[in-house]
Design a protein around this ligand. Structure first.
Ligand code: IVH
Length: 676
């Protein structure tokens, strides 16, 4: 083998390792996925031809190895303990008091971390090289899952020696997780392939680590955060926080939401902050872990049989609970779609009372075999409507009643149209004058992102429609004192505020107006794209389906729906009535070039791809940076815009997948002109 090949392999191994770390740990890629894939392909070719240049730390090891017949077992050098759980502040106070008493000092400082809801693993590195990965098992003995762990891109196969030399041996411990979005995608894929779905990300992570064939594991979106160590030789630390910093320098992902060197009070405050943060996090956490930060104090405190005396998990209230389904009703949405909803025996989930859960559609009810009277595991996550995770079949008594979708609208009794959309069966009330549809359309029309009329909540809209005071959108603008005071629970003051809010809403941007109309398949993003392409409502009304399809980011379904909406005479009459009632549609003013804070690109992460006709990529980059943009090479979930020229390649695909906004060259040059 010639020296040049050897050198090339070594360079590829080094560079690919670096790029993979940038992508998976730092979330700051500097090359495109395509370039990465091409380099990896080349390395695979070389290693296949000359196996002697491969090594256990080569990036090629991440794509899986020959399957095993069984997992070997291995003892942990130091047992992997578990944590005691606290469920309220009092438990934490008692934990603190025990420590104060044992150490005979008051000034205890802690480190507090999110409790990641995944699977614990231990990774052993010898002279910087990953030699073994094990599951926790019973805490004493675990299963050897090295091949599977090598496929996890955020786990280094080789430690970085940027700040310090690698110790002869270090065992690190952490949690393997799957991010929510990746979990949803994984389940979607499994559903399409008629495979069983995972109940939650933790189960999916555990199942993926337990594969004998690591070629399967490599297709699973596993991720990792480090939180501690086992045996360490030739290296030691004074504080837990210092240890985490060192692990970060070695190349491990450390969770960013960690507070170190804090007092008991600060720990309790952090617990509350974390509960708020939890809802927006990309992965699941089920509590907070607090640890005494000073490692010599940890050693003085020691441990009990199963758990250390220096750490405690403060669990969050459960986000999943079981309760009974009292009934299943059907709701009619703004476009007429029927959605089955479970009425539940009220229960507190994660601190919020829950009495209904969406069942999405007929297919979901069939798939989960949901019946009236069933005991169900119900989940609440973030702001989304609670849903049924699964039915506890073992709790059935035989009296449960299967549910059938009605064949007439439960509100207006019109015929139901049944059709399929992306493999899902949809039931739709065909009567666009259905009161239930009107109520939901009006609610959407006045909602925050549309006309934003304060004080027109669900109850009032429903009353106004029931009383016949609102028969179409335009009626909203003729609501007056006289009409409103007749409503239940409307005091003079709130009527006054409401009328003022209605007046203020009459000046509206084109973007909000288009969104407010509630056209099928036309959400906020589509409304924005359409209003940016066409500057007036008149232009939109005059556009053809093709014109809409030409807008980057607008799909054929939206184009057809928008076109259909504006060619319907009734809709035109509604729009006329709205404008006649004093509504003025403006386009949002172009930003002032003197104030970069006002440009669309300020502080935005942008990626350029493909060939631009009117300027070079470098020029485009320079101009964008002048406008305050941060131009990066690779697309990630943090990217705000992708500028796509001709022959855009894989970045465009990826941007679409991630929902990154795409700007074509025509719009890009227009925007540059506008801001410069
Ligand atoms: S420290 C001796 N820190 O919780 C204590 N554990 O119930 C070692 N976990 O098996 C654990 N996030 O899988 C620690 N930031 C964190 C954690 C964490 C999740 C898990 C871990 C452990 C379990 C204990």
């Amino acid at each position: 083998m010639d020296d040049a090949i050897k050198k090339e392999a070594a360079r590829l191994q080094r560079e690919l390792t670096e790029h993979s770390h940038r992508y998976h740990v730092l979330d700051d890629p500097v090359i495109s996925d395509y370039e990465y894939d091409m380099m990896l392909k080349r390395l695979v070719e070389i290693e296949r031809a000359f196996p002697e240049v491969s090594s256990p730390t080569s990036p090629t090891q991440r794509i899986g190895a020959p399957p095993l017949s069984a997992f070997e077992q291995a003892d942990h050098s130091i047992p992997m303990l578990s944590l005691d759980n606290a469920f309220n502040d009092q438990d934490i106070l008692e934990f603190h008091n025990r420590i104060v008493k044992r150490l005979n000092r008051e000034d205890i400082l802690y480190i507090a971390e999110p409790k990641l809801d995944g699977v614990a693993v231990e990774l052993a590195y010898e002279n910087g090289i990953l030699v073994q990965a094990t599951t926790r098992g019973d805490g004493i003995t675990g299963e050897v899952i090295t091949q599977n762990v090598r496929t996890i891109r955020s786990i280094p196969l080789k430690l970085q020696e940027k700040k310090r030399k690698c110790p002869p041996r270090i065992e690190v411990r952490g949690e393997v997780i799957i991010r929510r979005s990746a979990f949803d995608q994984l389940n979607k894929r499994r559903l399409e392939n008629q495979e069983s779905v995972f109940a939650n990300p933790r189960n999916a992570a555990a199942g993926s680590l337990r594969q004998l064939d690591s070629k399967i594991t490599t297709t699973r979106p596993l991720d990792f955060f480090v939180y501690g160590t086992g045996l360490m030789q030739g290296i030691s630390f004074h504080h837990q926080s210092q240890l985490l910093a060192a692990l970060k320098d070695f190349g491990f992902p450390v969770n960013p939401h960690i507070k170190a060197g804090i007092s008991l009070d600060q720990v309790l405050t952090f617990y509350r902050e974390l509960q708020v943060l939890r809802e927006g996090l990309a992965y699941e956490i089920d509590g907070m872990v607090m640890k005494v930060d000073d490692i010599s104090l940890q050693q003085q405190l020691g441990e009990k049989i199963k758990s250390p005396r220096w750490a405690m998990a403060y669990k969050f209230p459960a986000m999943q609970k079981t309760t009974t389904i009292k009934d299943i009703i059907v709701q009619v949405g703004r476009t007429g779609t029927l959605t089955p909803v479970a009425l539940l025996e009220s229960i507190s989930v994660g601190g919020v009372m829950v009495s209904r859960a969406t069942l999405h559609n007929e297919d979901e009810i069939k798939r989960k075999d949901i019946r009236i009277g069933d005991t169900a595991l119900v989940m609440r996550a973030g702001d989304v409507i609670p849903k049924v995770v699964k039915i506890i079949k073992s709790a059935r008594t035989g009296t449960e009643i299967p549910f059938e979708m009605p064949d007439h609208c439960p509100v207006c009794h019109s015929r139901i149209e049944k059709f399929r959309l992306d493999k899902t069966h949809i039931n739709k009330c065909v009567n666009s004058a259905c009161q239930a549809q009107l109520k939901e359309r009006v609610r959407h029309f006045v909602s925050k992102k549309a006309f934003d009329i304060d004080g027109l909540g669900k109850k009032i809209v429903y009353q106004l429609v029931d009383e016949g005071m609102i028969r179409s959108f335009a009626d909203v603008f003729s609501l007056d004192m006289e009409k409103l005071v007749t409503l239940d629970r409307m005091a003079d003051k709130s009527v006054g505020n409401l009328i003022q809010s209605i007046e203020q809403s009459k000046a509206i941007s084109l973007r909000r107006f288009v969104y407010a109309l509630g056209i099928d398949h036309t959400g906020e993003r589509a409304a924005k794209l359409i209003s940016e392409r066409f500057l007036t409502l008149k232009d939109i009304m005059g556009a053809s389906e093709k014109d809409f399809e030409c807008i980057h980011g607008i799909g054929p379904e939206t184009a057809a729906a928008v076109c259909k909406f504006f060619s319907n005479q009734e809709n035109m009459a509604i729009i006329d009535a709205i404008t006649l009632s004093g509504v003025i549609i403006t386009n949002e003013p172009p930003s002032s070039p003197d104030d970069p804070g006002k440009t669309l690109f300020y502080n935005k992460r942008m990626v350029l791809t493909g060939t631009l006709q009117t300027l070079t990529r470098n020029d485009a980059k320079r101009q964008l940076e002048k406008l305050g943009a941060v131009v990066t090479a690779g697309i990630s979930s943090k990217t705000d815009f992708l500028v796509a020229g001709e022959n855009p390649g894989s970045k465009l695909e990826k941007a679409r997948k991630l929902g990154v906004e795409i700007i074509d060259e025509a719009r890009f040059t227009l925007l540059l002109k506008e801001y410069s």
